[in-house]
Design a protein around this ligand. Structure first.
Ligand code: SGN
Ligand code: CA
Length: 556
């Protein structure tokens, strides 16, 4: 069996695990009772591991130079045993809207969730977990939720309130909120394994969603990985020092650059051992005495480096980039370890053979490309999200797909995997034929993107756009500025071809495509900005706020 072989790559390493798995398989085949290997159903179990802000540049299965220095062997196991998607495009590159799209299979104008923390997700609407439940699945979610309202459609839920924290995290459950000792990625994984082994109803197939906080800002690694990448120099992206020449006002005026936005007492973790610093409030004040000793050593080193008088200008930006990647990738490493633990548990318990494993992030992320961190823009690094699916005996191990798929498709895909009917209101399509190696003739040729959160964190203008796998048309409609990008000749997205005569025909085709996709998804014209009247100053970073204040003063 193909998938067994893939699982065997790991199993071979441990003869006990192998024996245990074989025994469990025999018990399941012979109907030996009481072991919980999907009795009562031949439908697959589904484990959906969902991370936060994990760029595919930081997954070694995707082969990017950064990941060569910080490999992810366990996430790669999912790719090796299944399909790796190269063009999974998000509906909106931001947490809440992405999660709402995943649950409902709909764009924001249909599910009502336009931007983070704006409103609570309307949990009374149809979601795929509810349909799974009605279809006989047991459903569970353990980890980040970030949709405000209480989860619906889950038999079991333990979620991080809001963004969650890295150390000693709170968990919100139907019984209230309580604190757990430990590092968030470890705790989520412990809970997921515990649910699988002790709490679930073994008479039913299950759907388990494991959404991690990592590697979200403020990128705080566990103590054991604080020094993991000390002395490692990560390759810089070609556009680290991008000057946005030729691009729209939106690219110039964002507040998400390493040079300006990256905050000293939050992101650089310098001068943070005092109440009032963001890092103190969110991380340092939560550390146990032993954890504090390790962090103090690490913080001393950062401060010494930062205080070098020669560290300024471009050298400082470069140093920030290295510091950022060390933290980000150490969080990824711990997540990868934990994903390995979860995969091992599935193998050891005999569940792996009948369990589909999906790995995705809520969106991609900038790892220094265009001089940025964060996401939001329709440029590739944040518009794309990683997607890996291992489906034993169905998906060809090690396969790669480049169709335009989307987080919009996850709901219908999971429902078809579970043989549960989709809801007519869903706007995506099931990827099951693609997973079986046959892309339907009428698969989407154009993907529609939309982003609404302005003013807001990082000050990215509202925009929408359409992408055909090569050309990308972006409209910053509040500014009425357009960008047309040719990803083939300009993979770093540095040249706006919107006004180039040689692109006139392509521009016309893409404009027409934008009108058509909007018709198809029933997007109303001129959705009013949901954030009118919000003071942008509230969202500017410390340094950018100073710049804005100086600007305002000299204009007076
Ligand atoms: C927080 C972060 C932002 C980030 C948003 C959205 N600020 O507000 O940097 O863009 O979350 O992230 S922080 O001070 O909390 O670090 S998302 O993943 O939830 O969309
Ligand atoms: Ca996110």
């Amino acid at each position: 069996m193909r998938a067994e072989k893939a699982a065997g790559i790991r199993l071979e390493k441990s003869p006990t695990v192998l024996m245990k798995a074989k025994l469990l398989k025999w018990m399941a085949l012979t109907g030996f009772a009481g072991i919980g290997v999907c009795q009562g159903s031949d439908r697959p179990n589904i484990v959906f591991i969902f991370s936060d802000d994990h760029a595919d540049q930081a997954i070694s299965a995707y082969g990017h130079p950064i990941s060569k220095k910080a490999p992810t062997p366990n996430i790669d196991r999912i790719a090796e045993g299944g399909m790796r998607f190269e063009r999974c495009m998000v509906t909106s590159s931001i947490c809440g809207p992405s999660r709402a799209a995943v649950l409902t299979g709909k764009y924001p104008h249909k599910n009502g969730f336009y931007f983070n923390e704006a409103n609570d997700f309307d949990g009374s609407q149809v979601t795929f977990p509810k349909l799974l439940q009605a279809g006989g699945y047991q459903t569970s979610i353990i980890g980040k939720w970030h949709l405000g309202s209480e989860p619906t459609g889950f038999d079991h839920w333990e979620i991080l309130p809001g963004q969650g924290v890295y150390y000693q995290p709170d968990f919100w459950t139907p019984d209230g909120i309580h604190i757990e000792n430990g590092y968030v990625t470890d705790v989520i994984t412990d809970k997921a394994i515990q649910w699988l082994s002790e709490q679930r109803d073994t008479s039913k197939p299950f759907f388990l969603m494991v959404p991690h906080k990592a590697p979200h800002r403020e990128w705080s690694p566990p103590v054991k990985y604080l020094e993991l990448f000390e002395g490692v120099t990560f390759p810089e992206p070609a556009t680290l020092l991008d000057d946005y020449r030729g691009r729209t006002t939106a690219a110039h005026d964002q507040d998400m650059s390493l040079a300006i936005t990256f905050e000293k007492d939050r992101d650089l973790k310098v001068d943070v051992r005092r109440p009032g610093s963001v890092f103190y409030e969110r991380v340092y004040s939560k550390l146990s005495p032993e954890q504090r000793v390790a962090w103090d050593r690490n913080l001393d080193r950062r401060e010494a480096e930062y205080n070098d008088p020669d560290l300024k200008g471009v050298a400082l930006t470069r140093w920030k980039y290295q510091s950022y990647l060390r933290d980000y990738l150490a969080c990824v490493r711990s997540m990868d370890d934990n994903i390995g633990r979860l995969l091992d548990h599935l193998a050891e318990s005999g569940l792996a053979e009948n369990t589909i494993v999906i790995y995705a992030s809520d969106q991609g992320f900038y790892l220094g490309e265009h001089g940025w961190f964060d996401k939001r823009f329709m440029y590739d690094e944040s518009y794309r999200t990683p997607l890996l699916i291992k489906w034993p005996d169905v998906v060809e191990p090690g396969s790669v797909n480049a169709d335009l798929v989307s987080n919009l498709d996850f709901a219908q895909t999971i429902l078809e995997m579970a043989q549960v009917a989709e809801d007519d209101s869903m706007q995506g399509a099931s990827m099951v034929p693609i997973l079986k190696g046959k892309t339907p003739e009428d698969w989407r040729k154009y993907h529609y993107y939309t982003y609404y959160e302005y003013p807001g964190w990082h000050m990215v203008q509202r925009h929408e756009g359409v992408y055909d796998g090569r050309y990308k048309l972006i409209h910053f409609y509040d500014l009425d500025e357009w960008e047309l990008i040719d990803m083939k000749t300009d993979p770093h997205e540095l040249t706006n071809q919107f006004h180039s005569p040689e692109y006139a025909e392509i521009k016309a085709r893409m404009k027409d495509a934008l009108v058509k996709v909007k018709e198809r998804y029933d997007v109303p014209e001129g959705i009013p900005s949901p954030r009118v009247g919000i003071d942008p100053m509230r969202y500017y970073s410390t340094e950018r706020k100073l710049i804005e204040e100086q600007r305002a003063q000299s204009a007076r």
